[in-house]
Design a protein around this ligand. Sequence first.
Ligand code: NAD
Length: 357
Amino acid sequence: GTTHRTILVTGGAGFIGSAVARYIVEHTNDYVVVLDKLTYCGNLDNLSALRGHCRFAFERGDICNRDQLDRVFERYQPSAVLHLAAESHVDRSIQGPAVFIETNIVGTYTLLEAARKYWAGLSAGEGRCFRFHHVSTDEVFGDLADMSSAATAFTETTPYAPSSPYSASKASSDHLVRAWSRTYGLPVLMTNCSNNYGPFQFPEKIIPLMITRALAGEPLPVYGDGRQIRDWLYVEDHAEALYQVLTQAEVGQVYNIGGNAEMRNVDLVHALCEVLEGVVRGKPSGVQRFLDLVTFVQDRPGHDLHYAIDASKIRRELGWVPRETFESGLRKTVHWYLENQAWCERVKNGSYRLEDH
Ligand code: NAD
């Protein structure tokens, strides 16, 4: 058939959500409705490629506001929800956890309830096709270094052991989604993904932070001894994985998503310095120019040492594999930040928030 989905993407003005919205509009025939509160991390510049497109709509709204949610469900009659709206920065969750509890837990609860009411009102056929896809993180599993077994990576059945206010709030939201599936029969899907990087990432996160600081000749702060290991995935590979899960996975399934690209933070910064040296001409030349900027700073409290994702289930069942290697993705990312310094400038000086789009 040629029926097209209407996918409600919460948090679609953020880093991953905007990549998902672009992916769906540009690579499929489906419709996208972005619902976003436009917090400090939400940026309509991230969606400028879609402005005016006939299969794209934007609604400013808060997932904690039930009336707004009911109106959006009523107006757009979505066939699926891709839920990405969240507070997402670990350091901010340590400084001020309240908004993480509010948005990530209460907001997910409110969205689940709005979706459940909407879903219950659908016809039997529409109800069977409806999906609530919750997007989560590998940080819910805690620190691989703490696990007593000889596990080398998190699987879909690894027990939850979150360490930070951020990961605890995401773990809570995952539990709510499972409960709404089990108790009310809401047709859910869930994915837990490793660290993303790529275009449009807010420059407080490590990769864009390092790129923008290196370009400005500013110190590159590395937490502790820099030996923490993260797995990295290019954001467009994540967007494609999310769409595949949403459209192909059996209802109730959970998938881990990762890039098979584990790296110590200190090596990541070195790799970035090498890419930068390759693309930025300057004096003095040589990678040392950037490496000299590296400074080790006091570690983040509760910092997990090691995350690693076993993504064999999504590869086996859905045939998804990342297109980018860490090297190719990093190169693309550095080029994007170089070519989009105006975007960075508007984020830094705050003007991205002031305009009425
Ligand atoms: P982001 O901070 O860039 O984007 C979050 C978006 O949600 C922003 O546009 C913000 O305005 C919006 N938002 C925040 N509170 C809201 C509310 N109350 N109502 C409506 N919208 C609200 O985050 P991101 O990095 O794009 O992450 C998106 C999702 O993916 C999050 O749920 C995060 O936990 C998850 N995730 C992120 C990563 C990663 O590496 N960035 C990895 C795995 C999972």
